[in-house]
Ligand binder design. Structure first.
Ligand SMILES: Nc1ncnc2c1ncn2[C@@H]1O[C@H](COP(=O)(O)OP(=O)(O)O)[C@@H](O)[C@H]1O
Ligand SMILES: [Mg+2]
Length: 434
């Protein structure tokens, strides 16, 4: 028998089902979002009385169901009147300028390749009038969902939304409404008054889920999986509890459940227990951290590396000054330009915002109170992820002062990765499973 037979059969059977727990899966029932769905439907239902729905702003923390419920509600609206209604869902993390958004909508309104507007080169007013022309020969109502709408402002300044929202004034044949979605509650304040009043004609707040609400969401999702493996109630509760702790995040709770099931399949355990959930949490957090590190700009990576090295050398010396000194050595060794201490201090603050560092104020005798810094999580992992970068992989700590060469021949190099993972897992099991 092919030695893979057993694993591939078991894996695919279970994996296929697990798509139900993934973010891209759109459920049909949203427990604890009945109020929000009803409010959205009420606003949008103006189309059935032949009037333009108010623009709508939806806000709340990540994982509170904003994107998925909006997708669901707009899909249902379209189902009610497929001929009369057009829906566009724009992810503003991808399409983050007024230009790209207007082009995207224009191009979606035509099936003919020759009519497609190029991604560059047309002046804005030409795109705008072309878009209006196309809109006015299609449907009666159009709903444009601008998901992560704050990204447009962050990239292009406070005026950027104005030209987009103006569509609802200027489109007379096809009447257009906007649904803006954001995680950033401070976003409205950053808008200028005329944009704010245009966007915020109605608003719906999505509150965080508590643990028992998350448990209901998980239970319903899991009931759709034909699982051969039982899931302990306590494991389910634990996923819900961790999600609730994390600003009521359904995405995190679902992800944990999915990874825990995967872990249990991989390890061949009979059922999914707390232990698999804890493993899933560790894996999840490491994945998040690795991703966060990978997307840092080069200078931030070097400052973070310096913090790691400083902590490794002498963890009582985690002050801005020490980190700056080591940062300079690292730049010298890797051949990068050095930023000023002021800039490095700003970067340390940014790294703290990303959750990669934590700081506390510490009394330092005659220096008064200074910032005492810690690398968040296991600095051993942070270092491992940092030196995955091709610019940083050559780092050997050659110019660092004191006794303190960085130990790159330590466990991170001499052990193969699986072994490291094993070791780390043991440490975690000991610390998290008591
Ligand atoms: N009430 C709910 N019922 C079922 N699934 C939900 C519910 N709320 C959120 N989810 C699920 O949680 C995940 C994150 O939701 P999402 O709508 O992307 O959140 P947001 O856009 O607020 O960050 C998705 O997989 C979604 O299907
Ligand atoms: Mg979203």
């Amino acid at each position: 028998m092919n030695p893979f037979e057993k694993y591939s059969a078991e894996m695919t059977n279970n994996m296929l089902d697990l798509t139900v727990l993934e973010g891209s899966y759109l459920p049909e029932i949203f427990p604890h979002r009945e109020r929000e769905i009803d409010l959205m439907a009420k606003t949008l239902s103006s189309v059935f009385h032949n009037s333009r729905p108010s623009n709508l702003l939806i806000y709340g923390k990540t994982g509170t169901g904003k994107t998925s419920t909006t997708t669901y509600v707009t899909k249902m609206l379209k189902e009610k009147d497929p001929e009369g209604i057009e829906i566009f869902h724009v992810n503003c993390q991808v399409y983050d300028s007024p230009y790209s958004i207007l082009v995207e909508i224009s191009n979606a309104l035509t099936q003919i390749d020759e009519d497609k507007i190029p991604g560059l080169g047309w002046p804005m007013d030409r795109i705008y009038s072309e878009l209006l022309k196309r809109m006015n020969r299609s449907r009666r109502f159009m709903v444009v969902v601008l998901d992560e709408i704050d990204k447009i402002i962050k990239k292009n300044g406070p005026d950027a939304l104005y030209v987009i929202l103006k569509l609802s004034d200027d489109s007379t044949v096809t009447r257009t409404s906007f649904i803006g979605i954001t995680n950033d509650t401070g976003f409205l304040e950053s808008l200028d008054a005329r944009v704010r009043s245009r966007l915020n004609q109605e608003s719906i707040m999505f509150p965080p889920y508590n643990a028992s609400e998350l448990r209901d969401i998980l239970t319903l999702r899991i009931s759709n999986i034909a699982m051969s493996k039982p899931i302990d109630d306590s494991a389910l509760n634990l996923c819900a509890a961790i999600g609730a702790q994390e600003h009521g995040d359904a995405r995190k709770a679902l992800e944990l459940m999915r990874i825990a099931i995967e872990v249990s399949i991989r390890d061949g355990t009979k059922k999914v227990t707390d232990k698999e959930v804890y493993r899933a949490r560790d894996k999840f957090e490491m994945d998040v951290m690795r991703e966060a590190i990978a997307t840092l700009p080069p200078q931030s990576k070097m400052v973070l590396l310096s913090a790691v090295v400083t902590q490794e050398m002498d963890s009582s010396m985690m002050f801005t000054g020490e980190i700056f000194e080591n940062y300079k050595s690292i730049c010298r060794e890797l051949g990068f330009a050095q930023l000023s201490s002021r800039r490095v201090s700003d970067i340390l603050t940014e790294l703290e915002d990303f959750g990669l560092l934590t700081t506390s104020k510490k009394s330092q005798g005659r220096y008064g109170r200074t910032r005492f810094i810690r690398v968040a999580g296991n600095y051993f992992d942070v270092k491992r992820y940092l030196v995955e970068d091709k610019d940083l992989e050559k780092f050997r700590g050659t110019f660092l002062g004191k006794q303190a060469r960085i130990d790159t021949t330590g466990p991170s190099d001499s052990l193969p990765y699986e072994k490291i993972d094993e070791k780390i897992r043991d440490i975690w099991d000991a610390t998290t499973l008591e």
